[in-house]
Design a protein around this ligand. Structure first.
Ligand code: ARG
Length: 462
């Protein structure tokens, strides 16, 4: 069945029909129907404001309100409701459905409002709820990081700089690094939400409304914290959406780095992790393969979200005030960013519950590679040697050890002593993996007692 064609919203000025190709190009209804519930809610609040302003009688207001309520029900219960009526966008759709249900009275609702304020209002209402959903998912991922850390509290892995083994760290410390990143993302999202939660409705296209609409009351009815102070700004900026995309990009950047670590640690070259079958795939050709597709996709999808950020910035940068149709491009960017971030958080969460840790391999890696060289320099500093000199001395010791193909603590005491008289028997204890980790006991360090306290603090913060 062909969808029926409602009348244009701008009948009077036009005698001709829109070109079919242009109409399809111009429409946003195929995607902005996602704003349907927000649009109806905004309509109900506006209807109440018009009653209050004396533009609608109580009876008219009641009729419109109850019709909008029915429209919401019909739309939420059956997708076909959207297919039966072709519309340019969700705002014209809801209005057409209203007129279809209650006749000319439906046309009274648009006094003092424009689709420009509707779209800005809908988008803010929708994004506000979505931010809350992203927050919940971020929190769940933080929770999984803590669980993973607690389950492997004793595990030591090499910490890297330049992807060269640097110093041993606790795996739990690595987990908490990502916990902190996501904690900042959550703070940023909280902050974005404040600027999202401002009501544009009542801007009436661009100049403000001449009806006695109590915008503060509309804001309260829709749960907005405040009303926009300038009608031109309210209908024409999308900085709130860009701010969200930028925060979402940071979330994706963090998830992508976590993904990259997991991918690396799951290679046979590293071998610290093995992903369970639940979050890995095989190869159609090579029988031995186990591929970390889950994490690769999280890493890969960061590109889409960064792209949406740049795309919306670019769309907005040259626009004259106030509304321009270019801005219709904001929605697909925002929708896809929200979906991508939520999906990536959810998969990351599942992966964290499906990583097997190879304790012994990680320990061997953390013990080798001279990752305790800094500890030897610190040992000399504790004996009064200036750090620069200690660094130089240990550098020479490392060269000797490399030449002989052994670790620092495998060098005989006499050889160590010939590099520095201050080195004594207690050096071997100092160079042990346990001691190397345990000395990093200040705030922010990887010592087990410190990490245990941070884990507790992390749980309290959740
Ligand atoms: N579909 C439009 C958008 O998404 C709604 C606003 C249209 N306003 C207008 N004057 N054409 O931006």
């Amino acid at each position: 069945m062909q969808p029926s064609q409602p009348k244009n919203l701008w009948g009077g000025r036009f005698t001709g029909k829109a070109d079919a190709g242009f109409a399809e190009f111009n429409q946003s209804f195929s995607f902005d129907r996602r704003l349907f519930a927000a649009d109806v809610r905004g309509g109900i609040a506006h209807c109440e404001a018009l009653v209050h302003a004396g533009v609608l009688t109580d009876a008219e207001g009641e009729q419109i309100r109850s019709a909008l309520g029915k429209i919401l029900e019909l739309g939420e219960s059956d997708q076909k409701y959207f297919e039966e009526l072709s519309s340019e966008d969700v705002h014209s759709f809801v209005e057409a459905r209203l007129v279809e249900m209650i006749g000319d009275l439906g046309g009274k609702l648009h006094a003092g409002r424009s689709r420009n304020d509707q779209v800005a209002t809908d988008l803010r209402l929708w994004l506000r709820d979505e931010i809350d959903r992203v927050q919940t998912n971020l929190r769940a991922t933080q929770h999984s990081l803590i669980e993973f850390a607690e389950a492997h509290h004793g595990v030591v892995i090499p910490g890297y700089t330049h992807l060269q083994r640097a110093q041993p760290i606790l795996l739990a410390h690595w987990c908490l690094a990502y916990f902190e990143m996501l904690a900042r993302d959550r703070e940023r999202l909280d902050d974005v939400r404040k600027r999202v939660n401002v009501l544009p409705l009542g801007s009436a296209a661009l100049a403000g409304t001449s009806y006695a609409i109590d915008r503060e009351a509309v804001a309260r009815a829709l749960g907005f914290d405040s009303v926009s102070r300038n009608s031109l700004d309210a209908v024409s900026d999308r900085d709130f959406a860009i701010e969200f995309l930028s925060t979402a990009s940071l979330v994706m950047m963090h998830l992508s780095r976590l993904a990259e670590d997991v991918v690396l640690y799951s290679t046979s070259e590293f071998g610290f992790f093995e992903l369970s079958d639940a979050v890995a795939t095989g190869s159609s050709l090579m029988p031995q393969k186990k591929n970390p597709d889950s994490m690769e996709l999280v890493r890969g999808k960061s590109g889409r979200v960064f792209g949406h950020l740049v795309s919306l910035l670019t769309t907005m940068k040259g626009l004259p005030l106030a509304y321009n149709k270019d801005m219709q491009e904001d929605k697909e960017a925002l929708f896809d960013a929200v979906d991508t971030v939520n999906a990536c958080l959810s998969v990351t969460n599942t992966v964290l519950q499906n990583v097997r840790v190879n304790d012994a391999v990680a320990r061997t890696a953390a013990t080798g590679g001279y990752a305790n060289a800094t500890e030897l320099a610190d040992y000399l500093v504790r004996k009064g040697v200036p750090f620069r000199e200690a660094h130089e001395t240990v550098g020479r010791i490392v060269t000797q050890a490399i030449e002989r193909g052994i670790q620092l603590n495998e060098l005989p005491l006499d050889d160590l002593k010939s590099a520095s008289e201050l080195i004594e028997e207690d050096v071997f204890e100092a160079l042990s993996l346990e001691s190397t980790v345990a000395t990093k006991a200040q705030i922010g360090g990887t010592a087990p007692e410190r990490v245990r306290a941070e884990l507790q603090a992390a749980k309290d913060r959740l």
